[in-house]
Design a protein. Structure first.
Length: 197
């Protein structure tokens, strides 16, 4: 049912190993517009995409630097979002005015099932109104966005209140944009001497 809604341009909330996400077809302009409106999200903010793994990267990124391979091998699937140089074919609405795209491979089984059946990426912005705390349960999603959604997949309460850690590797160095579930000290053992900012 969730797959059907997403393929028709709908919005579906689903659990991840961090907080609940808001899923739409990233290549459907009307679905992305609906996502921004439902969240009250500013257009200059990009949208994170979930991927099935490295097999989904070629159509989305223009290059995969060595530092990305190190982090992928260490932390994917898991709560690590990597910012790559975007492939020219990635819709500009997802990029927030930049030339980069943020990608993550979730370890949550429900999220993985969605991606496996979609055979491609899915948006993964947090399921909440912009500026409000991210939803940690289906009930919190319903309270925040219920009138805007086609379906909420209830995976129980989130195991973490922290979002994914966000690292920009688009310049072939690791710049921590947001420290979330994966802490700086956990990252440093994999990145030195490659460099961590």
């Amino acid at each position: 049912k969730a797959i059907g809604y997403i393929k028709q341009g709908g919005l579906v909330s689903y659990p991840t190993e961090t907080v609940y996400g808001l899923g739409a077809d990233p290549f459907n302009p009307r679905a992305i517009e609906r996502l921004f409106v439902s969240k009250g999200r500013a257009s200059e903010k990009g949208i994170i995409l979930l991927v099935r793994g490295t097999e989904d990267l070629p159509p989305l990124v223009s290059e995969i630097p060595p530092i990305a391979e190190t982090l992928i091998n260490a932390f994917w699937p898991g709560p690590l979002t990597l910012i790559f140089k975007a492939h020219p074919h990635v819709p500009t609405a997802l990029l927030g005015g930049h030339n980069t795209v943020a990608l993550r491979h979730s370890s949550h089984p429900l999220a993985q099932q969605l991606l496996a059946q979609l055979k491609g990426p899915l948006t993964s912005t947090s399921a909440n109104r912009s500026g409000e705390p991210p939803a940690q349960s289906a009930q919190e999603v319903q309270a925040a966005l219920g009138n805007h959604l086609d379906l909420i997949l209830d995976g129980g309460p989130s195991s973490s209140s922290q979002p994914s850690t966000l690292i920009d590797i688009s310049q072939n160095k690791a710049v921590i944009v947001r420290e979330g579930c994966i802490l700086r000290q956990m990252l440093s053992r994999y990145l030195f001497p490659a460099g961590l900012v």
